[in-house]
Design a protein around this ligand. Structure first.
Ligand code: ZN
Ligand code: ZN
Ligand code: ZN
Length: 373
């Protein structure tokens, strides 16, 4: 064998070895990916939070690195307590479980409810629904259902939800499913069945974007590969009207897609508005929209927990706590309807108001960050 052939042979072997190493590496890579996916599924199953994992790692590190007596005398540094995230207490865990159960119960109930909305209807229908008595509505609805449904449908009750929605509660899921397919044009023109929706909240969105909601919807759908149902501002009245940004709620039909938004954030590609560049592609953190955690103060009865559009209680003044509308209050002296102190109802210093804010905060912390699918 000549020197040359030996060199060639060596080169070939080296090449083969390299190939083998590369193959092994890619196999390893695939394995690692598999592990990651498995781990992710596992963590979803067991609801291990990042905090729990971090705490465990730090605990393991502390154990592994436990210094010998000699080391201890040499170096007294240990991991500061502040670095260890607190473990969830048993109480917090059971609260979380409870909220999850409630979440499931809500979904179960929603399957038996048919929600009708006047959102797409004309003014005539809107006014009609707004002004009709609940009892009258219920009896005509039940009659209409009897005449138009293919099977016998057991309706538990019919309720007005605010000014522009009606809830028909059925005894069974199947009844509700059938009812969702009925056309309501024969009783209230333009009224439509509302599909269950899952909202995610984005903060700090440029206000100009909301001037072209259709465009924004298309942008978000395309950039995130999701189907958007509708987009609304989080608050009807902006806290600071001069702020250049606002918080929005994106409603989706799919709880899975809503969860993807929460887990991976939402991209908005929009760069132009009236041919002017506003921003480049931006990633917005998304959080679960939880209307059940929103502070509600009824401006009709001045009580917390509901809004005026569904209130059936007596009118109470938000200035003086007497029985008239706030806007037609003739009194100068202030009196809170909830604590009798000398301030308007809903004043930020009111002990009852503070209590309500705290209650909502606790509720918010208990609600799972993702939707139950
Ligand atoms: Zn009320
Ligand atoms: Zn008054
Ligand atoms: Zn008060």
């Amino acid at each position: 064998m000549t020197q040359d052939t030996i060199r060639k042979e060596e080169k070939r072997t080296a090449h083969n070895d390299l190939d083998q190493i590369l193959t092994n590496l890619s196999l390893l890579n695939d394995k690692a990916k598999g592990c990651l996916i498995q781990e992710r599924e596992q963590s979803e199953k067991e609801d291990i939070t990042l905090n729990d994992i971090m705490r465990e790692i730090i605990e393991i590190k502390t154990r592994v690195n436990k210094p010998s007596y000699a080391q201890m005398t040499m170096n007294s540094k240990t991991i500061p307590v502040s670095m260890i995230p607190p473990a969830r207490t048993a109480q917090q865990n059971s609260q979380l479980e409870e909220e999850k159960k409630k979440d499931k119960a809500r979904i179960e109930q929603a399957r038996k409810d048919v929600i009708l909305t006047t959102r797409e209807a004309d003014e005539e229908t809107k006014t009609k629904v707004e002004n009709i008595e609940e009892e009258t509505l219920a009896s005509s609805m039940k009659q209409y259902i009897q005449q138009n449904a293919k099977t016998d449908i057991a309706v538990e009750d019919v309720k007005k939800l605010g000014k522009n929605a009606i809830r028909i509660r059925c005894r069974s899921k199947d009844d509700a499913t059938e009812l969702r397919e009925i056309s309501w044009d024969g009783i209230l023109k333009g009224i439509m069945t509302e599909t269950t929706e899952y909202g995610v909240v984005l903060h700090g969105v440029p206000k100009q974007y909301m001037e072209d909601i259709e465009g924004l919807m298309a942008d978000i759908e395309q950039a995130n590969n999701i189907k958007v149902k509708r987009i609304v501002p989080l608050r009807k009245k902006a806290r600071n009207p001069d702020a250049p940004t606002l918080s929005i709620v994106i409603f989706l039909n799919s709880p899975k897609e809503a969860n993807t938004c929460i887990d991976e954030s939402v991209t908005i590609n929009k760069k132009y508005h009236n041919n002017t560049v506003i921003t480049s592609k931006t990633l917005y953190a998304a959080e679960r929209y939880t209307p059940q955690c929103q502070l509600k103060l009824c401006y009709n009865c001045q009580e917390y927990g509901h809004k005026a559009n569904i209130c059936k209680k007596k009118t109470v003044c938000g200035n003086c706590a007497q029985g008239h509308e706030t806007r037609s209050c003739p009194n100068d002296e202030l009196k809170c309807a909830n604590c009798n102190d000398a301030h308007r109802t809903g004043h930020h210093q009111c002990p009852r108001h503070k209590e309500e804010i705290e209650k909502m905060e606790i509720r918010r912390n208990r609600i799972p960050p993702n939707f139950t699918c």
